[in-house]
Design a protein around this ligand. Structure first.
Ligand SMILES: Nc1nc2c(ncn2[C@@H]2O[C@H](COP(=O)(O)OP(=O)(O)OP(=O)(O)O)[C@@H](O)[C@H]2O)c(=O)[nH]1
Ligand SMILES: [Mg+2]
Length: 311
C-alpha cells in the first residue's frame, strides 16, 4: 500500500458523497450560518432537509432535539455548533463494530434485490482481495441468466482470478458447492459467491438462499462467514423491510450500500445501519474496481460533513 492511498480513498468518498453533501449538508450549513437561535421555521427546514436526504425519522428527530437542547443552553447557534451536533448524532447512529469471523477459505455471499450491485461488488472484491495477494475463487451462483455469468467472468478476467460456473438454470447451491471445492483444492483464501437478484417477497427464492447458506456450512466450517446484503442507496425506506426479509433467510452480517455517487439521499446509509443494527461493510461510490470502499463511520461522517469546498 502506498502512502497516498488513504487520501485517494477519502477523495473518492468525498466525490461519492458530493450530491448528498451539496443537497443536505450545505443547505443546513447555510441555514445555520444565518444564526439559528430557536427559530422554529429554520428547525422545520432542517427537519425537511434531513428527511429529504433519507436520514429517517429517528435520526432527524434526534438531531432536531439536540439543536433545541443546545439552543436552550446558549449553544447550537452557529454553523459550527450545528455541524458538530449533526456529527455527534450521525456517529451515534451506527451500531458498534463487529469482529468479522474469518474462515479458510473465507466464504462471502452477496445477496440482495435485483440490480442492487451484487455482481459489481463481487467483481470489485475479487480485485481488492487479489491486489492484496490473496487467492480468490468467484462462484457464479446467479444461474438465472447466462448474461450474469458473462458479467462476472469479465470481472474475473480483469482481476485475474478463477471463476466457477455451471449452465444456465443449474442449482445455485450446487454452484456454490463446486466453488467451495475448487477453492479448497487450490488452497484459496477467499470464495466470493454472487447470487441472483431476488425480490424479498418471493418465498421460493428466499428458500433457495437458505439452502445456499446451509450447503456452504456443510462444506466449510462456519461458512458463509460473511453474508453481505447489497443495497442500492436509492432504495429509500423500503430498504428496511427488504433487509428484514433477507435476514430471516440468512444471517446477514453486514451491508454494502452501493451507488452513493448517484444520489443526494445518502442519509439512507446511516438510517439503514441504525434501524437494522447492521454494520456497513463497504460502500460503492462508482463503477470501477477502486470505487468500493471499506466503511468507517468516522470517515463517512467526515466525508458527509466536509466543508463545501473540500476536494
Ligand atoms: N454509479 C454506480 N454504479 C454502480 C455501483 N455499483 C453498481 N453499479 C452499477 O449498477 C448496475 C447494476 O449492477 P449489478 O452489479 O449488475 O447489480 P446486480 O445486483 O448484480 O443485479 P442483478 O444480478 O440483476 O440482480 C451496473 O450498471 C453497475 O455498474 C456504484 O457504487 N456506483
Ligand atoms: Mg448480478
Amino acid at each position: 500500500m502506498t502512502s497516498t492511498e488513504p487520501r485517494n480513498r477519502f477523495g473518492r468518498l468525498l466525490r461519492g458523497l458530493s450530491r448528498t453533501r451539496t443537497d443536505m449538508v450545505a443547505r443546513i450549513r447555510r441555514l445555520a450560518g444565518g444564526g439559528l437561535s430557536l427559530d422554529e421555521e429554520k428547525l422545520e427546514e432542517i427537519e425537511e432537509i434531513l428527511l429529504g436526504a433519507d436520514c429517517g425519522l429517528p435520526i432527524t428527530q434526534a438531531v432536531i432535539e439536540a439543536i433545541r437542547a443546545g439552543a436552550a443552553t446558549g449553544g447550537a447557534g452557529t454553523e459550527t455548533d450545528v455541524v458538530e451536533l449533526l456529527r455527534r448524532e450521525l456517529l451515534a447512529s451506527f451500531p458498534p463494530a463487529r469482529e468479522v469471523p474469518r474462515g479458510r477459505p473465507h466464504v462471502v455471499l452477496l445477496v440482495g434485490v435485483n440490480g442492487s450491485g451484487k455482481t459489481t461488488t463481487a467483481g470489485k472484491l475479487a480485485r481488492r482481495y487479489g491486489d492484496k495477494g490473496q487467492r480468490v475463487v468467484l462462484a457464479a451462483a446467479d444461474t438465472y441468466r447466462a448474461a450474469a455469468v458473462e458479467q462476472l467472468d469479465i470481472w474475473a478476467r480483469r482481476a485475474g482470478v478463477e471463476i466457477v460456473a455451471q449452465k444456465e438454470g443449474a442449482d445455485p447451491a450446487a454452484v456454490v458447492v463446486d466453488g467451495l471445492r475448487a477453492a479448497r483444492a487450490r488452497n484459496a483464501d477467499v470464495l466470493l459467491a454472487d447470487t441472483a437478484g431476488r425480490l424479498h417477497t418471493r418465498e421460493p427464492l428466499m428458500r433457495e438462499l437458505e439452502k445456499i447458506g446451509r450447503v456452504a456450512g456443510r462444506e466449510v466450517e462456519g461458512a458463509p462467514h460473511e453474508v453481505l446484503l447489497v443495497m442500492d442507496a436509492c432504495t429509500g425506506q423500503n430498504g428496511l423491510i427488504q433487509a428484514q426479509k433477507f435476514s430471516a433467510a440468512l444471517p446477514v452480517t453486514g451491508l454494502v450500500v452501493t451507488k452513493l455517487d448517484g444520489t443526494a439521499r445518502g442519509g439512507i446509509a446511516v438510517a439503514l445501519s441504525r434501524e437494522l443494527g447492521l454494520p456497513i461493510r463497504y460502500v460503492g461510490v462508482g463503477e470501477s474496481a477502486e470505487d468500493l470502499l471499506d466503511f468507517s463511520p468516522r470517515e463517512f461522517v467526515d466525508g458527509l460533513l466536509a466543508a463545501p469546498d473540500t476536494k
